[in-house]
Write a protein of this length. Structure first.
Length: 458
């Protein structure tokens, strides 16, 4: 168990803010009927009671369009809460605490919000000297533990464990799943209605599909929701970067669906065949959009070699603005690898290139064609060809966006040529962070190469 090391000045500030929040807490009557739930102004129409909500400790109110406008809970004085502007003050207060350097790596916003509600429930019956930060620390101390979290990655099977971006990628083994099942049986066998066969079927359905997959793993010392959040965020980041260098990105029909399970879209065809009045189910994954990539030791060695600068970029302290700009661009580019639709691929690809090679949204699109060509080639004739090719492929993209046009076979071959240059661009972009502080410096250098006849990027 760890304590939060909140500085004294921050303690005083947060405690004063908490007292203000307590001061604006109000009695609340809420209309939870379906006909009223879309209207924020209707919250005064119906009292919150057991007929509406059963055993509710706290309830967040929404207008039905994704906009939250209030929070209510029960304490010794009745139904209390925050509405409209007061709710915004409450959420802002929680956000400030969650972002403090002594807290941001340990506690989630949900945990802090839950603790705040508990504190507000207890506050009326407490005597003086009962401060919010003290209560937060008392709740956080037993909650902060070391967790080892495994995030299964869709369609990835690696021959051996490897490290990337601060995470260890390990295989989910059968023996580990068997041990999990045995422990579950041991805990449940004395329960009424225990059925070993049904439990086995349920376990297989939930867990066997993950057997053999590679998982992104990490050890974290935090409250559980925060540890879970960080593990998921880091696994998404790492798989985004991993996908970006996979060779399938060089082909218009290529796919790489590496992502945490549940975070990728896999098409499925589901139908019935009717024979003699009997429905026969036929459910299949669309093969072209989902396939498992097995990384043997040779492929893994090549992948990690190509990813060396990407790995360093993720684990080193984030200093330069250009480093974050590169990461953001690669993540947009990697989204193109998860779709089998070429029109969608081109939208993500050009968005990612433009984010690096255009100064701002006001600069003409044509500005990046030559910059892109000078980045990916050293040869004058090839640079001219790449610039013209980039312009042509951008026209294909525009024709789809504005007119719904599709590509012919010959045009797809041109796209494949272009995609190889794009892959090379994002493969080599992370190494350029050592030379430039921000993307504007890279753009200026590429323009100078064009106007002053520099031979290479270095």
């Amino acid at each position: 168990m760890e304590s939060l090391m909140i500085p004294e000045a921050a303690r005083d500030h947060f405690n004063q803010e908490a007292e203000k929040i307590f001061g604006v807490m109000e009695n609340v009557h809420v209309d939870t009927s379906p006909s009223q739930c879309f209207h924020p102004e209707s919250h005064v129409d119906l009292e919150l009671n057991e007929e509406n909500i059963i055993d509710i400790e706290q309830l967040t109110l929404s207008d039905g369009f994704g906009n939250e406008y209030g929070l209510v809970f029960e304490n010794s004085e009745g139904t209390k809460g925050f509405l409209e502007a007061h709710y915004r003050e409450f959420t802002s207060f929680i956000g400030k605490i969650a972002s403090h350097k002594a807290i941001r790596d340990r506690l989630s916003k949900n945990f802090i919000s839950s603790v705040a509600i508990k504190w507000l429930k207890r506050k009326p019956i407490q005597e003086g000297g009962f401060y919010f930060t003290e209560y937060l620390e008392s709740c956080a101390k037993p909650a902060i533990k070391e967790y080892e979290i495994w995030v299964p990655i869709e369609d990835m099977r690696a021959a051996t464990t490897f490290q990337f971006g601060g995470m260890a990628f390990q295989t989910i083994r059968k023996r580990a799943l068997d041990a999990t099942f045995k422990q579950k049986v041991s805990k449940s066998k004395d329960m009424e209605g225990f059925d070993l066969k049904e439990m086995q079927i349920s376990f297989d359905r939930q867990h066997r599909c993950k057997q053999g997959l590679t998982a992104a793993t990490i050890k974290l010392c935090a409250e559980y929701d925060k540890a879970r959040q960080v593990a998921m965020e880091k696994s998404i980041l790492c798989t985004d970067i991993l996908r970006s260098v996979w060779p399938s990105n060089m082909f218009s029909s290529g796919l790489c669906c590496w992502a945490p399970r549940g975070k990728t879209f896999i098409e499925k065809e589901d139908l019935y065949t009717i024979k003699d009045g009997i429905f026969y189910s036929d459910s299949r994954l669309v093969t072209a959009n989902s396939f498992t990539i097995f990384l043997d030791e040779s492929k893994l060695s090549i992948l990690l070699r190509d990813l060396h600068e990407h790995h360093l970029m993720l684990v080193e302290p984030l200093g330069k603005k250009f480093t974050q700009e590169i990461i953001d661009a690669i993540r947009v580019y990697s989204r193109s690898s998860k779709t089998r639709y070429l029109d969608e691929k081109l939208i993500f690809i050009f968005a990612s290139i433009e984010s690096v090679l255009l100064k701002n949204g006001a600069e003409p699109i044509s500005s990046f064609y030559d910059r892109f060509a000078f980045f990916v080639s050293k040869l004058p004739d090839e640079r001219k060809q790449v610039s013209r090719l980039a312009r042509k492929i951008y026209d294909y993209r525009s024709n789809f966006v504005h007119h719904g046009s599709t590509l012919s076979g010959a045009e797809r071959e041109e796209v494949d040529r272009f995609l190889k240059y794009v892959w090379y661009f994002f493969l080599n972009l992370p190494a350029r962070r050592h030379k430039f502080e921000k993307k504007e410096d890279l753009i200026e250098y590429l323009d100078d190469m064009k106007y002053y006849n520099f031979k290479t990027l270095f």
